[in-house]
Design a protein. Sequence first.
Length: 319
Amino acid sequence: MSIISKDLQKAITLLTDEKLVAIPTETVYGLAGNIFSEKAIKSIFSTKKRPLFNPLIVHVPSINSLEDIVIHVPEKAKLLADAFWPGSMTLVLKKSDKIPDIITAGKDTVAVRVPNHPVTLELLKQLPFPLAAPSANPFGSISPTKPEHVERYFKNDIKQVLDGGSCTNGIESTIIGFENDEPIIYRLGALALEDIEAVVGKINIKNKEEISPDAPGMLERHYAPSTRTFLVDNVATEVKKHQDKKIGILVFKNSLNDAFLTEIILSKKGSMQEAASNLYDSLHELDHQNLDVIITEKFPNHGLGKSINDRLQRATFSL
Ligand code: TXA
Ligand code: MG
């Protein structure tokens, strides 16, 4: 029997009983548990096979919930929260004593966000505790953007995927931390950099070498299909190098018109938003077609294209 269901009451009962439920958000599905239940949190780490040094994001129903969770909100954090919450942005702020150390991997900061999905917002409003929720995939694999992706990964491990349909944004939240009250991007994500800069001005991005011990979402190989996957400027040229193989290609908007290839076009009309929302589902799709190689195309490096390139680089062997 399928574990996918829309039954909100069942989700509330399971979570109250310290069990895990996969929840929909506008970015990707999360594997959620009560932040105050050590049992639930430990089971998040073991189910995902996630190392304990990798901290979790705390999901809350509204900006007002920040009071209980953090001890300091810089001015620019307030501006960002007002501009983007509920939405695809996670803020890393100084944590209050109430947040268990296992959530933050012993750090003095906590990652928090108000997700923008009606089902999960309703769930969070009804629960008397916030939810810790990493993406609902085994550590290192492609994040899930449909309930079926989660079911494939975890049908033997959890009792419910709360069905909220396909994730509209399709890549993880943008993570923003603060140093001396100035914002820094820790992970590019579903918000375009330009939109964030329109609110707080020019903002630095911490590169992955610096950040990897802090934010393993930035680990070099992550979000990866199990099929050998390449990221290139010119897909047609790369295809020629693999002639004797079964090839899948993932392109932004233009078809290669080659009947021998398995091809997915991310957005025929050339919308980066649409491409982002289709990205992981397309990678899941190609990864299950018994291909020898997947060849993916670099995006224009601005707006969401920058975030998509970041994910593709981590999913692939860049050439
Ligand atoms: O869109 C999202 O953010 C999804 C949905 C479910 O909300 N969640 C998600 O969680 O992507 P996860 O666990 O896959 O990625 C969270 C990232 C990790 O890279 C983690 O290292 C970083 O957030 N992180 C969490 N707490 C942190 C902290 N205190 N300081 C720095 N990075 C932190
Ligand atoms: Mg993840």
